[in-house]
Design a protein around this ligand. Structure first.
Ligand SMILES: [Fe+2]
Length: 384
């Protein structure tokens, strides 16, 4: 998505002879979105990226999911999820899902296998910890507060430096900045709350050797484990506008006003039928009679999921919401500040809150793990 980068060695002219030191040709690969009519990159491999030696079905642990019935606001405590040793791909706990997006959570302390999500882009949010994300494009070092966007079908693995807490967002399609932040040619505009300087991408290719290398593929029909003849991280250079990238929530510049600003000012990314927003520490509304917490509101076309990832979320005080909590405020239910929150907030000059919100246009189902860590008293906390 974001903008053109060139990393490592690439030939002067695309689709021309580009030779290895031993005289053989590098294998050129075009990765392109939307039928090669949108963003793409060209990668140059030492070995053909097509050479697989085996394929077998992989069956992930089954999980049940159920509609949000009866319709209720929900509170999930992610830090209560059972976790032994896990990796950041196969160890995910799916929590909320529909046909557009699957939201999960994992505490990972093991390197993941090589993995490609052929269904859509993934957005990982690092609640806590650091990791290296190795990809065919090179490595990204990520830490607390980072969003990481991994485009569809990019082979990668997640190598934590110690336990890392991740909110995982798996889309059915592509995730990027909202179009209204971009010029017609894709440059971030002056009103956007972040821009190119805030984005990080791999700066040098990885050059791994290896034979018979397993790659787990999540695809439209299920999961398959491919074995590649050569290690997929054998790229000597790439260029283009499609690559994995990272962006820290702490580089999101909040938009504030004299009176309360609507949720779209917090928007960070858009995906197919969902948006991702960042609520960051900020000065709050400065009209002398301003009410800094949100009004009661009903986002009639969306389910609103909020992940509370730092500070104190003023509007939810007294509700049991804590670090690592997820609230789900579904379409069909009006939500707003908890009792007493409006009065407490009057005169406040700044909020120290950090939260990631995902609004989906289609209803979110609850997955099995969500029911296991649900605080069932949350729905009644406005009635106090
Ligand atoms: Fe809301």
């Amino acid at each position: 998505m974001p903008y053109y980068r060139s990393v490592g060695e690439v030939p002067h002219k695309r689709h021309t002879q580009f030779r290895r030191p031993d005289g053989g040709l590098y294998s050129e690969e075009l990765m392109g979105q939307e039928g090669f009519s949108s963003d793409s990159s060209l990668l140059y491999h030492r070995h053909p990226p097509t050479a697989i030696v085996s394929a077998e079905v992989y069956e992930p642990a089954p999980h049940k999911q159920a509609a949000n019935l009866p319709l209720k606001p929900r509170h999930l405590r992610t830090h209560k999820l059972g976790h032994g040793s896990a990796d950041a791909v196969l160890g995910r706990h799916p929590l909320l899902a529909n046909n557009d997006v699957r939201i999960g959570y994992v505490v990972a302390d093991q390197p993941s296998p090589l993995y490609r999500d052929a269904i859509g882009d993934e957005c990982l949010y690092v609640e806590e910890g650091t990791a290296t994300i190795e990809t065919t494009f090179g490595a990204l070092t990520v830490g607390t507060g980072d969003y990481v966007i991994i485009p569809t079908s990019v082979v990668h693995r997640i190598v934590p430096d110690g336990p890392i807490r991740l909110l995982t967002v798996e889309a059915t399609g592509h995730i990027g900045p909202p179009k209204r932040y971009l010029s017609v040619r894709g440059q971030f505009l002056e009103h956007a709350p972040y821009c190119e300087r805030d984005l990080r991408a791999p700066s040098s290719p990885l050059q791994r050797d290896g034979t018979d290398v397993e790659v787990y593929v999540k695809h439209r029909a299920g999961w398959t484990r491919h074995v590649y003849a050569h290690h997929p991280f054998d790229v000597v250079g790439w260029d283009g506008c499609l690559y994995p990238w990272a962006f820290s929530i702490h580089d999101f510049e909040p938009i504030t006003g004299r009176v309360h600003q609507p949720p779209p000012v917090h928007q960070t990314f858009e995906g197919p039928n969902f948006v991702v927003c960042s609520f960051v520490p900020r000065k709050v509304d400065y009209h002398p009679l301003a009410i800094p917490v949100p009004y009661n509101h009903h986002n009639v076309d969306s389910d609103e999921m909020m992940f509370y990832t730092g500070g104190n979320y003023e509007a939810r005080r007294g509700s049991g919401i804590e670090q690592g909590s997820i609230s789900l405020h579904p379409s069909g239910f009006t939500h707003g500040p908890q009792p007493g929150a409006v009065e407490r907030a009057l005169g406040a000059e700044a909020f120290d809150e950090l939260a990631v919100m995902i609004d989906t246009f289609r209803p979110l189902d609850m997955c099995e793990a969500a029911f296991e860590v649900e605080d069932t008293a949350y729905a009644w906390t406005w009635n106090r």
